[in-house]
Design a protein around this ligand. Structure first.
Ligand code: NAP
Length: 487
């Protein structure tokens, strides 16, 4: 399977200080579509992470001192190389992660778009001058890179979650170390190869792949040479890592879990809402942090919406992600299948009704049928946990106020969606939803120009957009004094 991918992109060990590492210990990377071994990879230890931090610290001064135009040029070259290898990178991503090849190609282009965006933003790291309270002073504000940035990323977007952070960090003048998820190290290592080819200097971008997440994580969150830590993953792990960062008072960004409501009001275009939901719910087999998790439909259009949705869902093709025309690939591992099965069973036990699907799919051990549940209630576990699988859970509501209250009744605050054609309602509901991102008559909301991030226990910090460099820069105030007024 890997033979069809350019050999230079298939790497078997960490990339530290511009060199590929080997080790006595190895771990295997599996294809979630068939559980076969794809590759054996050198298992990095905490001391490898330590070396990566020291390399990034040594590289920092010269990288930060490069003119922004030069950093921009290197990021642009990295972007071009990623796009030149889009097909191979997508295939590698599908093999280790499972998503359909068309989605994997989309993820590579989406991840690359952050390299391109921040190549431009690097040149716009503007400061400020502020009127001083007296004539003998000037107030000057500069933005400077925070220093060494360490990051930990999840398996569901193994290319894009990494590119989104690294692009902003490098553009700001920071150096970077990332530990990707152990299930999907290959996409991260392929990105390192292309960073190397692009001419990003040794030590500026480092990838540490290993199975001892706790030990590697302790180095990345506690090392005094790391100035900033950025995490994308579950809220439970994020809370632990936040505590670990406290002792050295690191800057921290947290992109954590979600429990997105998807509200369909009675004045919505139901066909558009179904189309939006299909994208927001079933992309990556339902394994995205911005997935529609609770589908709230106004009583008067509930049945009509459920019928239309059921028709759309029967068109979904479940298969190995490399199969032509596939819409839904496998879940990441057997634990994910067990979690979806358990949430579904508990909802059925509590009175939800099954309209479609409901069990594992014949395509293989980790495949799940697209499943449609109605009569879901807010107190059910399926309404409160991230499902992370292809299960659409429909709940009815009567009034706008009730929909807003239901939508906000979660500790999470990442993404929300609603469909309405009433302009007054659009502004009222958008204002009232306690989420960092709101899709209005739209199911796909993320792009490099827009600020991605959550509120409440979905975390803080924003990735992408003109705000994306803020998390990687310190504001420095210069007070220039002793200026005599003109005689
Ligand atoms: P996870 O268990 O939190 O793992 C994420 C990363 O943390 C992996 O690299 C993992 O390494 C590492 N990790 C786990 N335990 C650790 C520890 N004790 N110390 C240091 N690192 C540790 O999350 P997941 O299940 O893989 O990913 C799905 C979650 O990510 C969902 O909750 C989803 O909503 C969230 N997510 C959020 C966003 C966002 O932008 N807000 C985007 C994508 C995903 P190993 O793989 O080696 O265990």
């Amino acid at each position: 399977m890997l033979k069809q991918i350019a050999e230079q992109l298939v790497k078997t060990g960490s990339y530290i200080n511009g060199r590929w590492q080997q080790s006595a210990q190895h771990f295997t990377v599996l294809n979630p579509a068939n559980q076969q071994v794809l590759l054996s990879v050198a298992d990095a230890s905490a001391s490898d992470a330590e070396r990566a931090v020291c390399a990034a610290a040594d590289a920092f001064a010269s990288w930060a001192a490069l003119p922004a135009a030069k950093r921009s040029e290197l990021l642009q070259r990295w972007y071009q190389l990623v796009m030149q290898h889009q097909d191979d990178l997508a295939r590698l991503l599908t093999l280790e992660q499972g998503k359909p090849l068309s989605e994997a190609k989309g993820e590579i282009a989406y991840g690359a778009s952050y390299l391109q965006w921040f190549a431009e933003e690097a040149k716009r790291l503007y400061g400020d001058t502020i009127p001083a309270p007296s004539n003998d002073k000037r107030i000057i504000v500069q933005r400077q890179p925070v220093g060494v940035v360490a990051a930990i990323t999840p398996w569901n977007f193994p290319n894009a979650m990494l590119a989104r952070k690294a692009a902003a960090a490098l553009a700001a003048g920071c150096t970077f170390i990332v530990k990707p998820a152990h299930q999907t190290p290959l996409s991260a290592l392929a990105l390192a190869e292309l960073a190397h080819q692009a001419g990003i200097p040794a030590g500026v971008f480092n990838v540490v792949v290993g199975t001892d997440a706790k030990a590697i994580g302790e180095v990345l969150t506690q090392h005094v040479k790391v100035a900033k830590f950025s995490f994308t993953g579950s809220t439970a792990v994020g809370k632990q890592l936040l505590k670990q960062c406290a002792d050295s008072v690191k800057r921290v960004s947290m992109e954590l879990g979600g429990n997105a409501p998807f509200i369909v009001f009675d004045d919505a275009d139901l066909d558009a809402a179904v189309q939006g939901l299909m994208a927001a719910k079933f992309r990556n087999a339902g394994q995205t942090c911005v997935c529609a998790n609770r589908i709230l439909v106004q009583q008067s259009v509930y049945q009509a919406f459920a019928d239309k949705l059921a028709i759309a869902m029967t068109q979904l093709k479940v298969a190995d992600g490399l199969t032509d025309g596939c819409h839904i690939g496998p879940l990441i591992d057997d634990k994910a299948v067990a979690k979806v099965t358990q949430l579904l069973q508990s909802a059925l036990d509590d009175g939800a009704k099954l309209l479609l699907g409901g069990s594992a799919h014949s395509a293989g051990a980790q495949f799940f049928q697209p499943t449609l549940l109605t009569d879901v209630q807010p107190q059910m576990a399926i309404s409160n946990d991230e499902i992370f699988g292809p299960v659409a859970a429909l709940m009815a509501f009567d009034s706008e106020q009730e929909a807003i209250a239901l939508a906000n009744s979660t500790e999470y605050g990442l993404a929300a969606y609603f469909y309405s054609r009433d302009i007054g309602r659009v502004f009222r509901v958008a204002q009232a939803l306690q989420f960092g991102m709101v899709g209005i008559n739209e199911g796909i909301i993320s792009n490099a120009a827009a600020p991605f991030g959550g509120v409440k226990q979905s975390g803080y910090g924003r990735e992408g957009s003109k705000y994306g460099l803020d998390d990687y820069t310190d504001i420095k105030y210069l007070c220039l004094g002793g200026l005599q007024p003109a005689m």
